[in-house]
Design a protein around this ligand. Structure first.
Ligand SMILES: Cc1cc2nc3c(=O)[nH]c(=O)nc-3n(C[C@H](O)[C@H](O)[C@H](O)COP(=O)(O)O)c2cc1C
Length: 181
């Protein structure tokens, strides 16, 4: 079955490791007939949630009208959402965290977002897989709260410089992730 997949990236490095895995995933997903909408959060303007709880009161998801409102309709309609990012300070990079925080607008706005599938693609410099916990755990718990099913996690440690991902099987794992949808 062809699905609508939204891919949200968090790296500012266009030639970086998570973008390479993202490209591999998208290529594989499209080859399987899925339609993919990509949102490069670090190349857009997305602030944090202001907790004003006026979501959808202006007709748009967020009353503070930045690029989140451009991707919000696609997220609402999506069958699946894939988050891709590097680890920054044992956590989720600020650039994509703004998008994640503002998923709150769907909850406050009473939108039906349950039942989506989701996945994560992440990388970091250090070799210890537990470094990924600060990305993996919040996404798993947020998915559970929203009643989304986490269908796959591609977590690639040991990559620092752009291009390092080619020394791993990260892109192959990201491509294989497309089989999970
Ligand atoms: C601001 C910043 C913070 C980082 N923090 C960590 C970290 O806490 N642990 C780690 O292993 N790597 C850390 N890294 C390294 C990146 O995760 C690593 O270089 C990754 O491959 C970058 O992915 P990208 O090429 O997709 O941007 C950090 C990099 C930056 C720029």
């Amino acid at each position: 079955m062809s699905k609508k997949i939204v891919v949200i990236t968090g790296s500012p490095r266009k030639n970086g490791n998570s973008f390479a895995m993202t490209d591999a995933f998208i290529k594989a997903a499209e080859a399987k007939g899925h339609s993919v909408t990509r949102f490069d959060a670090a190349l857009k303007k997305v602030g944090g949630c202001r907790a004003c709880e006026t979501c959808f009161k202006t007709g748009k998801a967020c009353s503070f009208d930045d690029d989140f409102n451009a991707i919000a309709p696609a997220i609402l309609e999506a069958d699946a959402v894939v988050f891709t990012m590097p680890v920054y300070w044992y956590s989720i990079p600020a650039q994509i965290k703004g998008v994640i925080d503002r998923l709150f607008s769907f909850v406050v706005g009473g939108r039906d977002i349950a039942g989506k599938e989701c996945a994560v693609i992440a990388c970091c410099e250090e070799e210890d897989l537990s470094v990924m916990d600060g990305v993996r755990v919040p996404l798993e718990r947020s998915a559970a709260l929203m009643k989304w099913t986490m269908v796959g996690e591609v977590l690639i440690p040991g990559v620092l410089n752009a291009g390092d991902i080619e020394k791993t099987d990260g892109c192959a794992q990201a491509a294989a992730l497309a089989d999970k949808f």
